[in-house]
Design a protein around this ligand. Sequence first.
Ligand code: DGP
Length: 114
Amino acid sequence: MSADCLFCRIARGEFSTEFLLETDNLAAFRDINPQAPTHILVIPKKHIESLADLQAEDQGLAGELLLAVKELAEREGLSAGYRVVVNTGQDGGQSVGHLHFHLLGGRALQWPPG
Ligand code: DGP
């Protein structure tokens, strides 16, 4: 955990954010600025800056995060499909320096992204 990281603070429950899913290792909550009818963020509780900082020791955690995304997609009824986005670094458009998976769905999504 990092004291002043926004998503670490959310994971600690400092803002009373509603968690759609929570385990010892991860939390999921709705994005404050939704880009689709379903827009959920899935984060590790451990502070990892970005996907580029994921280590071999995080292999199990990475799997848990992806399975959580899949579970949430099912819960949200996204049977027509969905998109999982991990913006990484400056060119990737990452604005919060704590690894997070965007789960987007509920409408047809365009490709390519901007
Ligand atoms: P990215 O640009 O990929 O780093 O995505 C960061 C996302 O985090 C962005 O879609 C908006 C969301 N976000 C930023 N601050 C908050 C917050 O305080 N609460 C919630 N729920 N989402 C936030």
